[in-house]
Design a protein. Structure first.
Ligand code: SF4
Length: 336
């Protein structure tokens, strides 16, 4: 019996966790989704997605019942990227709320629109995740009022009908969200004495591909949008580091401490390597593939990929052909 299409990388929790965003609405519930992430985006063959697939066409591995026919062997068969993708619950929102349970197979007339809405909804939900996390940061209390207003506004966007969702000014909204998230991050990092004046910790957007950061004290560092592909972060102290948008594909996090890091998301963890000694925030889940920490994570750790401008596709691996619906090692949310 094939598995229901679901996140294979980790045992996804279904209940909220203390200190984390609302799991119910913002965690993928594949049982309630019409496998939108297996159909809507286009993929170009890469190390992490074995085939080319045009946008709007179902992956050939997707079965009639919306289950993935190779669920147990995704990594083995070259679909590692599928194991790290996170829709932040946008799939079930679009399937069950925006389109009221209408299945794109039974109602093919709605398919195209549904896929367009999914691409937008995924980003709205990602912003909701970050805003919810910011609201759980005690140090960001001075901004909680503004954050709550923006979160409520974003939640209203997610609840809109297809026309309303497609009319959202995503770029403008993301920019407003990003400004507040940056403020929240600064308040958190300011609690680490000297961190904000330490130029070694100001690594926003830095090229740290393959960098040797073993045992580094990165408490309070800004690693927003940093390229940490294949970086050696074994034993690094990343507590209170801002990791929003950091590309952690194949980064070695064995023994690293990520508790209290800011804006780290599941797909970043899923794209990295780690082990039982890696400490992670309570709102996230230890990726199943970490095991011994020696397995290859999603995404090639090749500098050439990043330098050629490749971005995370299905999860962090497959190269995306034109949309930002997929995050992975590098999430699609606000970065700078
Ligand atoms: S291989 Fe990936 S995209 Fe294709 S059906 Fe399975 S999970 Fe979906």
């Amino acid at each position: 019996m094939p598995e229901r299409h679901e996140h294979p990388a980790s045992e996804r929790p279904t209940a909220p966790r203390p200190g984390g965003p609302d799991a119910g609405a913002l965690r993928a519930d594949c049982e309630r989704c019409f496998a939108l992430c297996c159909v809507a985006p286009a993929f170009a063959a890469s190390a992490d997605f074995a085939i080319d697939k045009p946008a709007g066409r179902a992956c050939p591995n997707l079965q009639q019942d919306f289950r993935c026919g190779i669920h147990r062997d995704l990594r083995k068969k070259g679909f590692t990227g599928c194991t790290v993708f996170d829709c932040f619950g946008a799939g079930q929102q679009v399937s069950q709320v925006t389109f009221n349970g209408e299945d794109w197979r039974r109602n093919p007339g709605t398919a195209r629109r549904m896929f367009e809405v999914f691409a937008v909804m995924r980003q709205i939900h990602e912003l909701l995740w970050y805003l919810t996390e910011a609201l759980a940061l005690p140090a960001a209390r001075p901004l909680h009022g503004e954050l709550a207003l923006l979160r409520d506004e974003t939640a209203r966007m997610a609840a809109g009908d297809p026309d309303a969702v497609l009319a959202v000014d995503l770029a403008g909204h993301r920019s407003r969200v990003n400004e507040l998230l940056l403020g929240a991050s600064e308040l958190v990092r300011a609690e680490v004495p000297g961190a904000r004046k330490d130029r070694r910790k100001e690594r926003r957007g830095a090229d740290l591909i393959g960098a040797d950061l073993r045992g580094a004290d990165l408490r309070g560092a800004s690693l927003r949008g940093a390229y940490l592909i294949g970086a050696d972060l074994r034993g690094a102290d990343l507590r209170t580091a801002d990791l929003i948008g950091a590309d952690l594909r194949d980064a070695d996090l064995r023994g690293a401490d990520l508790t209290g890091s800011v804006f780290l998301i599941q797909s970043q963890l899923d794209a990295a390597r780690g082990d039982a000694g890696t400490r992670i925030p309570p709102s996230l889940t230890r990726p199943a593939h970490w095991g011994t920490g020696t397995e290859r994570a999603a995404g090639p750790a090749r500098a050439a990929d990043r330098r050629a401008g490749a971005s995370g596709g299905r999860g962090s691996g497959a190269r995306r052909a034109g949309d930002r619906a997929r995050g992975g090692g590098r999430n699609a949310g606000p970065r700078r």
